[in-house]
Design a binder for this molecule. Structure first.
Ligand SMILES: Cc1cc2nc3c(=O)[nH]c(=O)nc-3n(C[C@H](O)[C@H](O)[C@H](O)COP(=O)(O)OP(=O)(O)OC[C@H]3O[C@@H](n4cnc5c(N)ncnc54)[C@H](O)[C@@H]3O)c2cc1C
Length: 287
């Protein structure tokens, strides 16, 4: 329960943080809210020799609307997302999802940057970012670049982040007014990671689904975009046959781990149910 020894660094700018990480090499890790990294260190599953704390870095906080996008600084906490009028108005599914993460103590410290950069298949924000078509701004020794969330996740805890790079902000396109949305998460108890979860953003026209995106959490080693499931409901009124087809198409791409949350078949089955429920609730909210 006691982490290994480490040196603590507190840079003030993105450039200094990047330089420290590049100079210190593989033994250094950025520290954000610490609510994924510190438990791993206490279990000695992570033993970084250097922690580069991002809390003092200027420009990594805040939520700003820029045209049809919302930019969220990497160090914005889940609590701050929940308190934001802009998020509630423009990205209500982000508010709904943040509320389902852990408990208030974790949400006061945990950041959006840490949640999406971590690469843990159990984190809730990554699948939502795929569903919303978000992208991530990365800064490293080679300069700045933007990576689509859909190209960021490569395996459990493996992402497109290069050595020395930090994620500085998340850019989320605002879905059109009147869209329907829902994040459905099955968990064993309050504060748990998802046994299975599904995010849906859709629009309806004349009682039929016009556009749809579906994301899946903790049902594969990376977050998934269930494109065939979304296709299965477009042009339908979400009748029972369309819902069944969508759930089956989503289940076909799931490959969850068998763990304390249940065996593979159970998690796929409840994954399909999360997709069905999210589609129905999203449609009921669409105008
Ligand atoms: C009891 C408990 C329950 C939880 N339940 C859930 C849950 O249900 N759903 C959920 O989504 N999460 C859950 N979490 C995790 C929580 O949301 C974390 O806060 C979050 O996953 C990581 O964010 P952080 O700011 O704490 O990052 P940290 O723990 O500081 O960092 C996590 C990893 O990301 C890296 N990192 C952090 N920020 C950056 C950055 N800007 N650029 C590059 N790399 C970076 C770190 O080096 C580290 O490897 C839970 C945590 C706890 C302790």
């Amino acid at each position: 329960m006691i982490p290994g020894a480490f040196s603590y660094h507190r840079p003030a700018t993105v450039a200094d943080a990047v330089k420290l990480l590049a100079d210190l090499g593989e033994d250094a890790r950025p520290l954000a809210g610490g609510h994924s990294l510190v438990p791993m260190m206490k279990l000695r599953l992570a033993t970084p020799a250097h922690l580069v704390d991002l809390h003092g870095v200027a420009g990594l906080n805040g939520i700003t609307r820029d045209g049809n996008k919302v930019a969220i600084g990497a160090m914005t906490t889940q609590h701050e997302l929940l308190a934001s009028d802009e998020i509630a108005k423009s990205l209500p599914i982000l508010h709904e999802t943040a509320l389902l993460i852990a408990d208030p103590q974790v949400r006061y410290r945990g950041t959006i940057g840490g949640n999406v950069a971590n690469g843990d298949p159990g984190n809730d924000m990554p699948a939502l970012m795929l569903t919303l078509g978000a992208s991530y701004q990365l800064h490293g020794p080679g300069g700045a670049r933007e990576v689509a969330a859909s190209e960021f996740y490569q395996g459990a805890y493996f992402t497109a982040l290069e050595p020395g790079e930090i994620l500085t902000s998340v850019s989320v396109p605002v879905p059109i007014a009147g869209h329907g949305y829902a994040y459905e998460k099955l968990k064993r108890k309050v504060g748990d990671y998802a046994t299975a979860a599904a995010a849906v953003v859709l629009t309806m026209a004349g009682g039929k689904v016009a556009t749809c995106a579906i994301g899946l959490t903790n049902l594969h080693e990376t977050p998934l975009l269930a494109a065939d499931a979304a296709k299965a409901v477009i042009g339908t009124s979400l009748d029972a046959a369309a819902l069944k087809k969508a759930a089956q198409a989503a289940e076909a791409i799931m490959s969850p781990a068998a763990d304390a949350r249940g065996p593979v078949e159970y998690r796929k089955h409840v994954g399909g149910i999360m997709v069905t429920r999210a589609l129905q609730r999203a449609a009921s909210r669409a105008k």
